[in-house]
Design a binder for this molecule. Structure first.
Ligand SMILES: [Zn+2]
Length: 191
């Protein structure tokens, strides 16, 4: 999937959670940081691709991406697996632990939302032909639907004409049906 689709998928996941779950009250600063976390998390698994949108968004990113590439293997290896998600989650936890006295935001919330963005990336990539090595290092790739030919290619017409618009439609649907939940969430945000 393209970076644009991953951004929208992470956004949609957040919309879904606000619609259907009781979100803990948080400050505006936490909500904004968590939102940024979701977007970064949604691109994070492509850390193994020096040309990805993840690195484009970071200063000198392509350079660092190329440095990391030999460590992470080919595109869509460990960073698109459960182990990769665990390592990223632990690294993020350590990073947030070191920042918790500097930043006045609830990093517990930010951590969860970033990891939810990460998971949304894996779900979206599993819809593509290549699938994802969820159980890395086991050399099995998973995808949905299980028949490879029924899955889409990154940047294909199906992604642009079906998947992307479906995600937009899902957001509109959730906002319409669960409107009171969104109002309650916005109302619960503290200054
Ligand atoms: Zn990916």
């Amino acid at each position: 999937m393209t970076g644009r689709t991953h951004d929208l998928a992470a956004f949609t996941t957040i919309t879904y959670i606000i619609a259907t779950h009781t979100v803990p009250p948080m400050t505006l600063a936490t909500a904004i940081t968590a939102f940024a976390g979701a977007m970064i998390g949604g691109l994070m698994p492509d850390i193994d691709d020096a040309t990805s949108d993840f690195w484009d968004k970071i200063p000198a990113g392509t350079f660092f991406g190329k440095l990391l590439n030999p460590l992470l293997g080919h595109h869509r290896m460990i960073s698109h697996s459960l182990i990769g998600m665990g390592i990223a989650g632990y690294a993020l936890f350590l990073l947030f632990e070191s920042m918790k006295h500097i930043l006045l935001v609830d990093l517990h919330v930010v951590w969860w939302v970033t990891m939810i963005g990460f998971a949304s990336h894996l779900i979206m990539d599993s819809l593509t032909r290549e699938g994802i090595p969820l159980l890395f290092p086991l050399p099995v790739r998973f995808g949905f639907p299980p028949i490879k030919l029924l899955r889409t290619r990154t940047g294909s017409a199906v992604e642009h004409a079906v998947i992307f618009p479906s995600l937009i439609a899902a957001n509109i649907y959730l906002l319409y049906v669960y409107y009171p939940a969104f109002l309650a969430f916005i109302g619960s945000i503290k200054r």
